[in-house]
Design a protein around this ligand. Structure first.
Ligand SMILES: [Zn+2]
Length: 491
């Protein structure tokens, strides 16, 4: 086994530790089925370790040594641990150590008016979200997950509820080869308007269910509800949703639902060395970053720094939104944390603190594919179980430069985490991450890294178990060692 110089040799003991950790990741992936559920999953982990929930509309009075989190839109979450030496009025934070990841993944979402009847089928009108490998959504047993807004009859207030139906209820069927011409068989072309609509029922059975005991069609007793939701979506689908969230159909105001594979995330392979799951991009990074913060925050942070994770929504569609990485949330919150220890003021000390800070932009990376080797630049071929990928692109699609890479190499060497270098092949356009937006908007030195995986943006992706373990160790080392490692490099 050829390894990079940094990092110790992969042993059976290390692999077995990684297997135990990978099971924690799989458990998290199985509950993080939509951005809302991802934030819920992380929130629960934070609350279990005594992180205090704060809200953006409230005044923040933070205390040194404490641990906090807040959410925006319930799809972006930020958690942080404040150093013990931060004191109100005299010692505001002097360094922010930030790991940024994302909670969203490419998927198919329900349209605002979704009820479609075609040739005896009940279908659901959709909108596509992000750039998935759309054909991988075909012939899967799918369900819905997301947010439903309902009117609480007793209080008269609108509330949001999260819904994830556990059973398969949707399917986007392939067209059999017998009904395709020769050229269609050779190249599967998906028209996103015509071919991604899932079937949810047959009209004949759906209307059968609408008959009462005497075989008469149930009287359309309900007059139109306040929000007219029943005019837009299939009645039996709304009934299922209402049951799932414990509300009445007529009180459903609106919803944002994504399609999710019901096939559970799992560990697989001859030696159980793969994690197979939807949403590895980027819940693997998000969960590893969360676990690292939880672990590090069990010990006192003795200086004036702050350890933070941001798990953003909307990365897959460009990050430009209130809760996206290209929005105001990072600057808003860093300023509020600082000002909370500085009598509400932002002064030169804040700008100085930014110069001592660093961001890790952590998003999944492309492992070399055994059947498409020529798609990687021959010297930059990240492999599973061989370490975290340091992504470079001198055109700033990734933020890594020699300073940020040197810092990460040293941070990894302290905990024996191997690194693998990556650039994209020069005749292929490079992907990007939240890194460039974050570094441009905050002015903070940033690095782009990721765990290697195959089949990125597929409905079902795969990665190596050891890399999840390395990832978590790298983040923990970043929180512990950044200050010492970076003291003469950042300015
Ligand atoms: Zn990603």
């Amino acid at each position: 086994l050829k390894m990079e110089k940094v990092g110790k040799k992969l042993t059976k003991e290390l692999f077995s530790e990684a297997q135990t950790y990978a099971q924690k990741i799989v458990d998290g992936l199985n509950t993080a089925v939509s951005p809302f559920h991802s934030v819920e999953t992380v929130k629960k982990l934070l609350k279990d370790k005594d992180f205090i929930e704060i809200k953006e509309p409230d005044k923040w009075t933070l205390v040194g040594g404490q641990k906090y989190f807040f959410t925006r839109n319930n799809t972006t979450i930020c958690a942080f641990q404040v150093g013990e030496s931060c004191t109100a009025g005299s010692a505001p934070p002097d360094c922010f150590k930030i790991v940024g990841c994302h909670t969203d993944s490419p998927t198919v979402r329900v349209a605002p008016i979704s009820d479609i009847e075609t040739q005896g089928y009940k279908e659901v009108a959709i909108q596509w979200y992000g750039g998935a490998l759309w054909h991988t959504w075909l012939d899967r047993d799918l369900t819905f997950a997301g947010r439903v807004i309902v009117l609480n009859e007793e209080t008269g207030k609108l509330e949001d509820k999260f819904w994830h139906h556990p059973e398969p209820i949707l399917r986007i069927p392939n067209l059999c080869p017998h009904l395709q011409g020769m050229d269609e068989r050779e190249s599967l072309k998906i028209n996103k308007e015509e071919h991604l609509r899932p079937v949810i029922a047959t009209s004949i059975i759906d209307s059968l269910m609408d008959l009462d005991e005497t075989g008469e069609e149930k009287k359309a007793t309900e007059t139109e509800s306040k929000y007219s939701i029943e005019k837009k979506h299939l009645k039996s689908f709304l009934a299922l949703m209402a049951e799932g969230i414990g509300a009445k159909v007529e009180n459903i105001v609106d919803f944002e639902l994504s399609m999710v594979d019901t096939n559970k995330s799992c560990i697989m392979g001859l030696h159980k060395e793969f994690i197979s799951s939807g949403r590895l991009d980027n819940m693997l990074s998000s969960l590893c970053a969360t676990h690292a913060l939880l672990e590090v925050s069990q010990e006192k942070l003795l200086d004036q720094s702050v350890n933070l994770i941001y798990l953003f929504d909307h990365e897959e569609i460009g990050s430009l939104s209130a809760q996206g990485a290209d929005g105001s949330i990072v600057n808003d919150s860093l300023q509020r944390i600082y000002a909370s220890f500085n009598e509400g003021n932002i002064d030169a000390g804040y700008k100085q603190a930014l110069r001592n800070s660093m961001v890790i932009s952590a998003d999944m990376a492309h492992a070399i594919h055994p059947n498409y080797q020529h798609k990687h630049q021959s010297k930059h071929c990240p492999k599973l179980h061989q370490g975290i990928v340091l992504k470079s692109n001198c055109n700033q699609r990734y933020t890594t430069d020699s300073v940020s890479s040197a810092i990460i190499r040293e941070i990894c060497s302290r905990v024996d985490v191997p690194l693998q270098d990556f650039i994209v092949k020069q005749d292929i356009p490079c992907g990007s991450t939240i890194g460039p937006a974050l570094s441009a908007n905050t002015g903070i030195k940033t690095v782009d890294i990721g765990a290697p995986q195959l089949a990125m943006h597929s409905c079902r992706e795969m990665c190596g178990t050891t890399d999840a373990y390395y990832y978590h160790k790298l983040f923990a080392s970043f929180f512990k060692n950044l200050r010492e490692v970076s003291s003469t490099l950042l300015d």
